[in-house]
Design a binder for this molecule. Structure first.
Ligand code: NDP
Length: 429
């Protein structure tokens, strides 16, 4: 047994040996062997409110992480969470525990009992709990600096506009809206209020997706020829809002197909010039009385890259992304999932074809995304995924639906600027 104690003048003394605790308690003198003082490498250092430790492994090993060095609670950006559904309760609220710059300070819900239960779980005062009718009162709550909208898609527009009018910055779940017109109005409302609007495209903050994009843009795969993006899941009960057009705006496309679209655009930094699409829903299936199941769409990019994307609400879960260039292939297994991403790179190595699996460890992508929003609120920087990024996806999704309806390709406005709708990339997490 080894105990560390501090003596009266704050100097660290280490006592070793069985029975030391008992000996101290009974004030009996014990001669203990003196241990070497802690080396700076083990103590770490504290500078400007940040604690750091030098690496302890050889540089042949993956670099060690660093302590999170989170801001003290009073300095973190306070968020109100609007809509206490599955995503809010299973992912977003728990993710705040790993945030460095953000904390939940208020809740908005239509269910008083749930509101009370969740508030108690997260230590949120009853006075910081709102229903939808009283939501505008957040204006008077100075602790709320940003609002995170986690409602069904068709309710995003109204909630974002109300939050902006209440003088709050807004983080809004994807899909941003149910039409380009709604999305435009949300961008305008936030601009008019002088508040930041960010769309919660978590994959753009996820480390494997970022790495693949970095390597693709640096030319590691050669000239990108093809991208293959699939995001599917098999829906259950047709009573849920996702199967109702008025609340969801569409079926698999705005829900899961959007990941294929947004990730592909973000990976290349280019905007598609043309889209062609096909939609299929199993007939007689009550889940698809109002919204579509399977959507297959092809995007053409100015560099010549072609992306084949597919989403489905009636196929088993599959969420892979593959980039095929002239020199190499990069692939992320479970690219659009909450966790479990695996990045593979295949290329020629001498006479062999090598297939390497790269491991960067896991980081909670919801925490990364929320912290990025908090940093933008503090610094005034434009988010990496602002409202304009969401608007562009709404424009392309409308073109996808048009192409499926008419059976023809649809041209999109040419855009030559790289990352035309994005803010600066956050520093490496
Ligand atoms: P849920 O159905 O689980 O929760 C939605 C919540 O919204 C409800 O629990 C309810 O909360 C509130 N609500 C208010 N009005 C209605 C209404 N008319 N019908 C249904 N719910 C209502 O949905 P999710 O949490 O799965 O999805 C919410 C949003 O998050 C969607 O935009 C979705 O696309 C997005 N999402 C994003 C994911 C991501 O990975 N980024 C993953 C999953 C979803 P209350 O009772 O508190 O009022």
């Amino acid at each position: 047994m080894t105990d560390k104690i501090y003596d009266g003048v704050g100097r660290r003394t280490v006592l070793a040996g069985a029975g030391v605790g008992f000996a101290l308690a009974s004030a009996k003198a014990v001669a203990a062997p003196t241990m070497p003082a802690a080396a700076p490498i083990d103590e770490g250092s504290s500078t400007g409110g940040h604690i750091s430790f030098p690496p302890i492994h050889a540089d042949t090993e993956r670099p060690d992480g660093t302590p999170p060095n989170q801001d003290p609670p009073a300095r973190r950006v306070g968020f109100a969470i609007v809509g206490l559904g599955r995503l809010a309760l299973e992912n977003i609220l728990p993710a705040f525990a790993q945030c460095k710059h953000a904390r939940p300070v208020a809740l908005v819900s239509g269910d008083p009992e749930k509101l009370q239960t969740v508030a108690a779980q997260y230590g949120i005062a009853p006075s910081a709990c709102y229903d939808y009718a009283g939501f505008d009162r957040i204006r008077d709550d100075a602790a709320i600096e940003a609002v995170y909208i986690v409602l069904p898609n068709a309710l995003h527009h109204d909630a974002v506009v109300r939050a902006a009018r209440a003088g709050k910055h807004v983080l809004c779940e994807k899909p941003m809206a149910t039409s380009p017109a709604e999305a435009r109005s949300m961008v305008e409302a936030c601009a008019k209020a002088g508040k930041r609007l960010m769309i919660a495209y978590r994959c753009q903050y996820e480390i494997n997706n970022r790495e693949l994009s970095k390597r693709a843009r640096a030319g590691e795969f050669g000239q990108i020829q093809l991208i293959d993006a699939i995001n599917t899941q098999n829906q259950g009960d047709p009573a849920q809002w996702r199967q109702k057009k008025a609340l969801a705006g569409g079926g698999s496309l705005p829900d899961v197909g959007l990941y294929c679209l947004n990730t592909t655009r973000a990976l290349l930094g280019e905007e598609p010039t043309e889209v062609q699409a096909t939609i299929y829903s199993p007939s007689g299936d009550p889940r698809f009385a109002e919204v579509e199941s399977t959507v297959s769409f092809t995007l053409r990019f100015p560099s010549g890259a072609v992306a084949n994307c597919a989403s489905s609400y009636s196929a088993h879960e599959h969420r892979n992304l593959r980039v095929i260039g002239t020199k190499a292939v990069g692939e992320i297994e479970n690219a659009f999932g909450y966790e479990g991403q695996k990045l593979h790179i295949s290329k020629r190595e001498g006479k062999a074809e090598s297939d390497s699996a790269l491991s960067f460890g896991q980081k909670n992508q919801f925490s990364l995304e929320i912290d990025h929003m908090a940093e933008c609120v503090r610094s005034g920087a434009r988010p990496r995924t602002p409202g304009e990024e969401g608007l562009q996806d709404q424009v392309i999704m409308a073109a996808i639906y048009e192409s499926a309806r008419t059976g023809r390709p649809v041209k999109l406005a040419a855009e030559t600027q790289v990352d035309a709708f994005r803010g600066p990339m956050p520093a490496d997490a």
